[in-house]
Write a protein that binds this ligand. Structure first.
Ligand SMILES: NC(=O)c1ccc[n+]([C@@H]2O[C@H](COP(=O)([O-])OP(=O)(O)OC[C@H]3O[C@@H](n4cnc5c(N)ncnc54)[C@H](OP(=O)(O)O)[C@@H]3O)[C@@H](O)[C@H]2O)c1
Length: 249
């Protein structure tokens, strides 16, 4: 996609106060995109945005707990009033609860962990996207990026001998599988429009969620989101992507 000084692309990144969301905001803004950074804690998102502003980047913080319909509506109104459209939505906010390397998590996961995880990782992504769809349709060629995970791949979870064989937190993995389903359904629904919808696996990235054990630096962990946010007309839709490669569903 192309940008001009007077008609810069506008992006909303959720969970932008830290981790991959913060770095995605930085990289998009460095490419000339006006980035609206959503965060559920006002002080934290303001501080994150101020840090990027001091780097000379064009970003704007908004308070957005993705589970809060009132805050979703307030952000929608702000985007409508300030820009009249949204070119890029990055559904980045995500949550993992409880123990990750937990054998037979399916036999033990609590109702509460399932509820909490689904609320943030699935239901809120759908609700936010629905609320912003009219603004995305008002953009010439909008891009929606859903931050999934290789742990949401049924094929990889079914490989009982594979590298991920012991990484089976049911709430998280199944929430990302559901997000993948949303990606495919929405991509099909929007296939006659110029909007592209894709699921991103960022890699195993050194963040609070990924921990220091992760092999990937945050700068690389944001690359898949940025690539999918700036896909050209000939780019894919309805795909599950990591650094340009398609992943198995
Ligand atoms: N790191 C990895 O290795 C990895 C691998 C695969 C996929 N992913 C996915 O990539 C995305 C970003 O992960 P990360 O590693 O950057 O995670 P992180 O460091 O734990 O950051 C998570 C972000 O989500 C925000 N968040 C959580 N609940 C929210 C809510 N209700 N409303 C708004 N924001 C909320 C957090 O805000 P607070 O600061 O307020 O908590 C934080 O900004 C997630 O969707 C994750 O599942 C990460």
């Amino acid at each position: 996609m192309t940008t001009t000084e007077n008609n810069k692309l506008v992006a909303l990144v959720t969970g932008a106060n830290r981790g991959i969301g913060l770095e995605t905001s930085r990289q998009l803004a460095a490419k000339g995109v006006t980035v609206i950074m959503g965060g559920r804690n006002e002080a934290s998102i303001n501080q994150a945005a101020e840090g990027l502003r001091q780097e000379g980047l064009s970003v704007l913080p908004v308070v957005l707990d993705v589970t809060d319909d009132g805050q979703i509506e307030a952000v929608r109104r702000k985007l409508e009033g300030d820009f009249g459209r949204l070119d890029i939505l990055i559904n980045n906010a995500g949550l993992i609860t409880g123990e990750i390397f937990f054998e037979n998590s399916s036999a033990k996961v609590s109702r509460e962990a399932l509820r909490q995880t689904y609320e943030v990782n699935v239901i809120s992504q759908v609700a936010l996207t629905q609320a912003l769809l009219p603004l995305l349709k008002a953009a010439p060629a909008a891009r929606i990026v859903n931050l999934s995970s290789i742990l949401g791949s049924l094929a990889i979870n079914r490989d009982f001998e594979g590298q991920m064989a012991t990484v089976k937190p049911l709430a998280y993995n199944s929430s990302k599988a559901a997000l993948n389903m949303f990606t495919v359904h929405l991509a099909q629904e929007l296939s006659q429009t110029s909007i592209k919808v894709n699921a991103a696996h960022p890699g195993w990235v050194k963040t609070d969620m990924g921990t220091d054990a992760a092999p990937m630096e945050i700068v690389d962990g944001a690359r898949t989101s940025v690539e999918l946010a700036l896909l050209g007309e000939d780019g894919p839709t309805g795909q599950f992507i990591h650094l340009g490669d398609q992943l198995p569903w």
